[in-house]
Write a protein that binds this ligand. Structure first.
Ligand SMILES: Nc1ncnc2c1ncn2[C@@H]1O[C@H](COP(=O)(O)OP(=O)(O)OP(=O)(O)O)[C@@H](O)[C@H]1O
Ligand SMILES: [Mg+2]
Length: 465
């Protein structure tokens, strides 16, 4: 039996959570706002806290910060009806055990409490303002990415970000910098593939005047520019073997040697990114194994867009709004949304952004229809597709087929899950479970009610509430 503090300004929610906790054999201590929560903590023993973010008076993140600053801080889980990238990252950064979106079912609650009770090792962290990231992440897999960013932002650990082209690796790297304690210093990104390898060394480590023909002035180099800040080594998989050796030495000695100069100590957080399979490159001898392990202290994989359906429409609307100067902003018709959900997005978020910019410019009408998106043709060659289907073990192949059928059914009915379940011949509840398991949970905006409502009304998707 544990004593669990429930902090929420909604009394009905406090009650229902309290009942659910009582059923689990725990004691619920209700608090209607941050001040009451802090008073309760000072007054009586508390084993875990369930905390709402949006509350009048002291905001949930501030309450979290104060709880975590206590020497005996219990584990805290954050519940919110309105998850944003910033509050997810920030809550995890401030030491929350988890960040859940309301409503939270009884099973989720039981799992959450079970995870919290053997107290998570948490340390009090320094407060800091939250900022918005411009990072759109609604799907379950992307929310996991946000949580990881929050967990590692304040450390100096080297992060290796992997993901297909255009998935948002650079966006993720910037968020790590922005939310970490180096955010006041510079974030420098170097694209190792875009710079000829003979120039890359001086680009990274700098040179002194006269170090080689053409070196007419001193050059700082990216490492020194990023001193006390963060350096993103993008497309690290394209770095030559000789430069890899030099980079490894820098990582190990924390010193750089500018061309023609003397060793200098350097304090830089390194984030590396690649869309290549570095482990395979190590096997082929194209990438140093020791450097690979040195870089991937914390691996962060950004999933391809086709595996995070729930992000597609919010991203599309975001890019569309940004690219249409006129008001009211252009909107997506239901059939256009369905088309976007069905398309496999080989170029990922970048391709989606480009597509939305293209229609924003070329289409005068306020509502974008499926026809306007005809240029999105599926460029895959059927044969290799057939081979892919049959690759791997049976459970993997079955999961692939299941995901594809679900995606297609959802797309065919504009994201209406009830209808998709009917088409697939399964119960709605089972579809929800599968969506969650496959990381395909569609965002709130295309739930059945909304989808039906807007098809009837004006044929365009409503704005997210
Ligand atoms: N989650 C997101 N929210 C909003 N915009 C995003 C998101 N992910 C990516 N973008 C946008 O998509 C484009 C591509 O992102 P980014 O450059 O980070 O991808 P990348 O993975 O580094 O690609 P590459 O492998 O080609 O270097 C950028 O314009 C970026 O702003
Ligand atoms: Mg990139």
């Amino acid at each position: 039996m544990a004593r669990i503090l429930i902090v929420d300004d909604d009394s009905a929610l406090r009650e229902s959570l309290g009942e659910a906790l009582a059923d689990l054999g725990h004691v619920a201590i209700p608090a209607a706002d941050g001040a009451a929560a802090l008073a309760a903590l000072a007054r009586e023993p508390v084993d875990a806290v369930v905390l709402d973010l949006r509350m009048p008076g002291m905001d949930g993140l501030e309450v979290l910060r104060r709880i975590r600053a206590r020497p005996d801080s219990p584990p805290v889980a954050v519940l919110t009806a309105v998850p944003t990238s910033a509050n997810t990252i920030e809550a995890m950064r401030l030491g929350a055990v988890d960040h859940l979106v309301k409503p939270v079912g009884r099973k989720d609650l039981a799992e959450l409490i079970a995870r919290m009770l053997p107290p998570a090792s948490g340390k009090a962290e320094t407060p800091r303002e939250s900022e918005e990231t411009g990072l759109i992440a609604i799907s379950a897999p992307m929310r996991e990415v946000l949580k990881t960013i929050g967990l590692l932002a304040d450390s100096d650990a080297t992060v290796l970000i992997t993901g297909e082209t255009g998935t948002g690796k650079e966006v993720a790297a910037r968020a790590i910098h922005q939310f970490g304690r180096r955010s006041k210093k510079r974030f420098i990104a170097i694209n190792c593939a875009a710079i000829p390898s003979e120039l890359l060394e001086s680009e990274l480590f700098g040179h002194v005047r006269g170090a080689f023909t053409g070196a007419v002035a001193n050059r700082e180099g990216a490492f020194r520019e990023a001193h006390h800040g963060t350096l993103l080594l993008d497309e690290i998989g394209d770095m030559s073997l000789s430069l890899q050796a030099k980079l490894l030495r820098v990582l190990e000695t924390r010193e750089i040697v500018p061309l023609g100069g003397q060793p200098e100590p350097i304090d830089v957080r390194i984030i590396a990114a690649t869309n290549r399979d570095l482990a395979a490159a190590v096997r082929d001898g194209g990438f140093r194994e020791d450097l690979f392990y040195r870089l991937s202290v914390v691996p962060l994989a950004i999933p391809p867009l086709r595996e995070r359906l729930a992000d597609i429409i919010p991203l599309a609307e975001h890019f569309l709004a940004r690219a249409s100067p006129e008001t009211p902003k252009k909107r997506l018709a239901a059939d256009a949304a369905a088309r976007l959900l069905a398309y496999p997005w080989p170029g990922n978020v970048r391709e989606l952004r480009n597509a939305m910019e293209r229609v924003a410019i070329l289409k005068r009408r306020p509502v974008i229809t499926a026809e306007d998106l005809d240029f999105l043709s599926v460029p895959n060659d059927q044969k290799s597709e057939a081979r892919d289907w049959l690759a791997g073990d049976l459970p993997t192949a079955m999961a692939r087929l299941e995901a594809a059928m679900i995606r297609q059914a959802l797309a065919a009915c504009g994201g209406n899950r009830a209808e998709a379940a009917r088409q697939l011949g399964i119960h709605r509840q089972l579809l929800y479970t599968k969506l969650r398991k496959l990381g395909l949970d569609v965002s709130e905006m295309i739930t059945e009610e909304v989808a039906e409502a807007h098809i009837n009304a004006e044929g365009s998707l409503p704005k997210n509430k």
